[in-house]
Design a protein around this ligand. Structure first.
Ligand SMILES: *[C@@H]1O[C@H](CO)[C@@H](O)[C@H](O)[C@H]1NC(C)=O
Ligand SMILES: *[C@@H]1O[C@H](CO)[C@@H](O)[C@H](O)[C@H]1NC(C)=O
Ligand SMILES: *[C@@H]1O[C@H](CO)[C@@H](O)[C@H](O)[C@H]1NC(C)=O
Ligand SMILES: *[C@@H]1O[C@H](CO)[C@@H](O)[C@H](O)[C@H]1NC(C)=O
Ligand SMILES: *[C@@H]1O[C@H](CO)[C@@H](O)[C@H](O)[C@H]1NC(C)=O
Ligand SMILES: *[C@@H]1O[C@H](CO)[C@@H](O)[C@H](O)[C@H]1NC(C)=O
Ligand SMILES: *[C@@H]1O[C@H](CO)[C@@H](O)[C@H](O)[C@H]1NC(C)=O
Ligand SMILES: *[C@@H]1O[C@H](CO)[C@@H](O)[C@H](O)[C@H]1NC(C)=O
Length: 358
């Protein structure tokens, strides 16, 4: 038998991340970390996006409000999704004790499928709406249905699903008896004002109001940011090691990306489709000793370099003159440094393409 294709759904122990981010806020000295990571297999054809990744906006089911319903999660949901109860004053909940066949790609938990939302007034449409803060957001919506009432021979439950004032979603839909059907949009949708307003309306032949058992809303996250250029990363690692900087500043992970976790004391440029690179390096008052390392010359797109207020010794390197984009160097406050300026560097200073502070 052929094994099913699976991809891994990453579930991060939120508590440990939260804890470590907090401790970073308090002391400024620690780095966020993950202390456990749980992976659960998932069929790779289930939540498919044309680009980027999917971020959960909402995942709800519709239980009766009495007794107070709770969240559904593992191990009622074998995929470890968390389903929140939802109700409002225009709707009511149906329930069944019979098992629902939930065996499709989504394996919606039994507990969620055994209840369903219908309009309180059976002759009105069922409306479900939400707003995405980001109006440009691309969205994927998964609706899960099963007929959970025992229909008489003359009863029909059939409805049309439209959204935002008439856009067609599905027509003449009849939920299958005690069996899960999932409806979703294969292409991402967006809404010009961020509002999504779905209407479920009985068709002319229907004798029963529309129903829905569970709903999932995702938005697309595009990770456009690439990782820092590898030559730059290795130069920065060498600079870090040369000056023993690991205990003084927290330089971990990628150098420039993500922006929020960029290494301290430097700035980067983020071209649209190329990896980011370092454009300024500021190691003022960082306790640097020894000579100026040639690793700096490997940061080929560096524009500004501040090495002031350290204890650097040796000579001012001539390679600065060859760093075409470098326009500013501050070496002041390094009393042991040999202040002789190499000829090539002197030329750049005189042609005003570079400022050197000693
Ligand atoms: C799922 O995985 C199979 C095999 O790796 C691949 O051929 C298929 O394109 C994947 N489907 C999606 C939607 O990524
Ligand atoms: C139900 O909705 C219909 C159509 O909108 C309306 O005529 C009727 O009065 C409503 N019934 C109740 C009990 O609110
Ligand atoms: C959603 O659509 C229904 C019917 O089209 C309408 O009555 C309702 O006011 C709309 N709700 C919002 C929040 O736009
Ligand atoms: C009702 O069902 C019949 C038979 O399937 C179909 O021909 C007719 O168009 C339907 N009417 C409405 C109003 O949906
Ligand atoms: C980083 O560089 C960019 C581009 O030159 C500039 O707009 C931004 O203000 C700089 N940020 C910092 C923190 O220096
Ligand atoms: C380097 O950082 C220090 C403070 O951390 C700041 O005072 C100085 O202006 C920065 N140097 C440059 C060239 O921006
Ligand atoms: C250069 O560094 C010295 C010592 O930190 C500082 O006083 C001076 O303001 C810096 N000059 C510039 C232009 O950043
Ligand atoms: C500084 O460097 C120059 C050029 O290499 C050298 O000639 C000079 O002797 C050095 N001065 C000291 C005090 O080491």
């Amino acid at each position: 038998m052929k094994a099913p294709n699976v991809f891994l759904l990453l579930l991060i122990t939120v508590f440990s991340i939260f804890q470590s981010v907090q401790s970073q806020d308090e002391s400024g000295e620690t780095t966020p970390f993950i202390s456990s990571l749980e992976l659960r297999p998932f069929n790779n054809n289930s939540y498919v996006t044309q680009s980027g990744s999917l971020m959960l906006v909402s995942r709800v089911y519709f239980p009766p409000t009495d007794p107070t319903p709770s969240f559904i999660r593992y191990d009622e949901d074998i995929h470890d999704r968390i389903w929140a109860p939802y109700s409002d004053d225009k709707t009511m909940s149906l329930s069944t004790n019979l098992p629902v066949d939930t065996n499709n790609l989504y394996n919606v938990p039994q507990l969620a499928m055994k209840t369903a939302l219908i309009p309180t007034n059976a002759s009105q449409t069922l409306n479900l709406g939400w707003t995405l803060n980001d109006i440009t957001a691309q969205s994927y919506i998964y609706m899960h249905f099963a007929e959970i009432q025992n229909l008489q021979a003359n009863e029909i439950r059939e409805f049309d699903i439209t959204y935002n004032g008439g856009l067609r979603w599905f027509s003449f839909f009849r939920p299958e008896k005690l069996s899960l059907t999932t409806m979703f949009n294969p292409k991402a949708v967006s809404s010009s004002n961020g509002i999504f307003n779905f209407s479920f309306a009985m068709t002319g032949n229907s004798t029963l109001p529309p129903l829905i058992n569970a709903l999932e809303i995702y938005k697309v996250l595009d990770f456009l940011q690439l990782e820092t250029d590898q030559n730059e990363v290795s130069a920065m690692m060498n600079i870090k090691n040369t000056y023993g900087l690991s205990r003084k500043i927290s330089w971990q992970g990628d150098v420039c990306a993500p922006l929020f976790y960029r290494w301290e004391g430097l700035n980067c440029s983020y071209p649209d489709s190329d990896p980011p690179f370092v454009i300024s390096l500021n190691l003022t008052a960082s306790g640097l000793t020894g000579t100026i390392t040639p690793e700096i010359s490997k940061l080929t797109k560096l524009r500004e370099l501040d090495l002031s207020k350290n204890d650097l010794s040796g000579e001012i390197p001539a390679f600065f003159a060859d760093m075409k984009l470098l326009t500013f160097i501050n070496l002041s406050g390094n009393p042991k440094l040999n202040r002789t300026v190499p000829g090539s560097l002197q030329q750049r200073i005189e042609s005003k393409s570079l400022t050197l502070l000693l």
